[in-house]
Ligand binder design. Structure first.
Ligand code: PGA
Length: 251
């Protein structure tokens, strides 16, 4: 499976000018990389600008599930699509913390698929408990997201295992280790088998996210055997991000 490296800029940078400059560096630095797909998930106001001025694959960080109407402040899947977006993050823990629940994440995932884009579904537990090898939270997040999704569409979903405690801005803010990520990705894959059958589940990329940097990226892909990475903080530094992409490309 081709690796996928996603840059999640979150609510950064401050201006369109900075966004475009950073996107350009990413575009130039990744132009020759054929072994991975690089996706840039930028804030809404920069999406069409970056899509117009670069050949990068563009992702959005959120979406609303209704197709149109009186929903002040929301952005629909077709609006994103028409801005040049091909990927949309759904269920990121920072959105879940602001009230996004599993039912909402499911509706968003459906809307993204319906508009012909690929959802990037984030799942992950708040806290690691050794006595519970496969956290109920992760199981519920997967079940709720995929239930009722036709199999032909489900294979377009990208799943990211992103333990909340491993995100660089969280209190612990410490990356998981590749061995545990490997085990967790196996359990996620097994759950996807149950939900979707072997043939479809085998086609769904499972990525890791949480304090990925230029030093640990290759280990997560090599030893953790994930299909790619979701990179937050380190994606705001072109050199760091390019090192991450290159270290994965050499595996
Ligand atoms: P981080 O963020 O790489 O800064 O931990 C990842 C994310 O929250 O998507």
């Amino acid at each position: 499976m081709k690796k996928i490296i996603i840059a999640n800029w979150k609510m950064n940078p401050a201006t369109a000018r900075e966004a475009l400059a950073l996107a350009r560096k990413m575009e130039i630095g990744t132009a020759k990389i054929k072994k991975s797909d690089v996706v840039l998930a930028a804030p809404f106001p920069f999406l069409s600008l970056i899509a117009r001025h670069s050949s990068l694959k563009i992702g959005a960080q959120d979406v609303f599930w209704e197709p149109k109407g009186a929903f002040t402040g929301e952005v629909s899947a077709s609006q994103l699509r028409s801005a040049g977006v091909g990927f949309v993050i759904v269920g990121h823990s920072e959105r879940r913390r602001m009230g996004e629940n599993n039912a909402m994440a499911h509706k968003k995932l459906k809307a993204v698929l319906k508009a012909g884009m690929r959802p990037i579904l984030c799942v992950g537990e708040e806290e690691r408990k050794r006595e519970v090898p496969f956290p109920l939270t992760v199981r519920d997040e997967l079940h709720s997201a995929f239930t009722g999704i036709p199999k032909a569409l489900a294979k377009k979903v990208i799943v990211v295992y992103e333990p909340v405690w491993a995100i660089s801005t969280s209190k612990a803010g410490k990356a998981d280790n590749p061995r545990d990520v490997f085990e967790m990705s196996l359990m996620i894959r097994r759950e996807l088998f149950r939900l979707l059958g072997k043939r479809i589940a085998a086609q769904i990329p499972i990525l890791y996210g949480g304090s990925v940097d230029e030093k640990n990226a290759a280990q997560f892909v090599h030893e953790g055997r994930v299909d790619g990475l979701l990179v937050g903080g380190a994606s705001l530094h072109a050199e760091k991000f390019l090192k991450i992409v290159k270290s994965v490309a050499t595996l």
